[in-house]
Design a protein. Structure first.
Length: 302
């Protein structure tokens, strides 16, 4: 049986989930999430997970599968997701992979580089530096030790910065020198689709989504998670701004505006990453029929 992995990628709030579910219903196949925030059980409203009804109608994997108190990285995801995908292909010709986390999608498409085990004290010291000196300190350290990776990484993601720094410190070599970019062979064909729309429409969708999240109880969700605000998984857009509101750093209106602003910036970074990959075919979120026609054509010649 032919094996086709249909990848639906794109910026936050563009409509990936709705399109992925529509395609999954058409192909009668499951959906595998590559959204690094939807893994966590405790985070629902702020991560825009599919609804329970949507997940009952279409089987979803890698949603609500770990706790914010567990450590989980892209290497673990690659191993777990490939095992899951291979198992699903025993009963399905097509599988939908959907998400906006470029690093995690890339792990499925191309694999991730393996690194030797880093001594625990190095990571503990970096965590202490982050807590005491802040993210800016880690950013400057990375810039000094590996300017190449500094210009590639999401500088607002402390976990990725700390991961690079611990490799630099342990090996005394730049983290980027270990990234081989050798593509791993997969047993399935991949068809990469980038969902995007004009900037004005995308930013409007982002703003409306944030307003809807607030109406649906995002602040209440954040309050229940406040005791764990130091956990790395919660250092993300939609949560950190409301933690700051609870701490009295902003008014609620200012915090909500910051969520919208930071979400728009995140969307811009996502698009930059996917556009640099060069192997994604772009469509509007409403182009369901065009996408079906495209998949029919390319799958015939794969």
């Amino acid at each position: 049986m032919k094996k086709n992995l249909i990848v639906i990628a794109g910026p936050t709030a563009v409509g990936k989930t709705a399109l992925a579910i529509e395609l999954a219903k058409f192909y009668n196949c499951p959906v595998v999430s590559a959204d690094s925030r939807q893994f966590y059980k405790e985070m629902s409203i702020g991560t825009a997970k599919p609804t329970l009804e949507e997940m009952q109608n279409v089987p979803h994997y890698f949603i609500n599968n770990i706790s914010i108190h567990e450590t989980y990285n892209v290497g673990q995801f690659e191993r777990d997701a490939i095992d899951c995908i291979e198992l699903l292909f025993k009963n399905h010709e097509n599988i939908i992979l959907v998400g906006g986390s470029g690093l995690y999608i890339n792990a499925i498409l191309n694999g991730v580089d393996e690194f030797e085990e880093i001594p625990s004290p190095i990571r503990q010291q970096l965590i202490k530096d982050y807590e005491e000196k802040g993210l800016t300190y880690l950013q400057e350290e990375l810039k000094q030790k590996d300017e190449v990776y500094y210009n590639q990484v999401d500088l607002n993601n402390p976990q990725r910065i700390m991961r690079a720094l611990e490799v630099c410190i342990h090996t005394d070599k730049p983290y980027s020198s270990f990234r081989t970019k050798e593509k791993k062979k997969r047993s399935f064909e991949t068809f990469n689709i980038l969902i995007n729309t004009d900037r004005e429409s995308l930013y409007s969708r982002i703003n409306k989504r944030v307003d809807m999240m607030m109406q649906n109880g995002l602040l209440e969700e954040v309050k229940t998670l406040y005791p764990y605000k130091h956990v790395n998984a919660l250092n993300t857009v939609g949560y950190k701004e409301l933690f700051d509101f609870i701490d009295g750093k902003f008014t609620l209106e200012e915090a909500v505006n910051l969520i919208k602003q930071n979400s728009r910036r995140y969307a811009k970074r996502q698009l930059t990453w996917f556009n640099h990959q060069g192997d994604f075919e772009s469509f509007e979120p409403t182009d369901f029929e065009k996408i079906k026609a495209y998949l029919d054509i390319v799958s015939q010649y794969s």
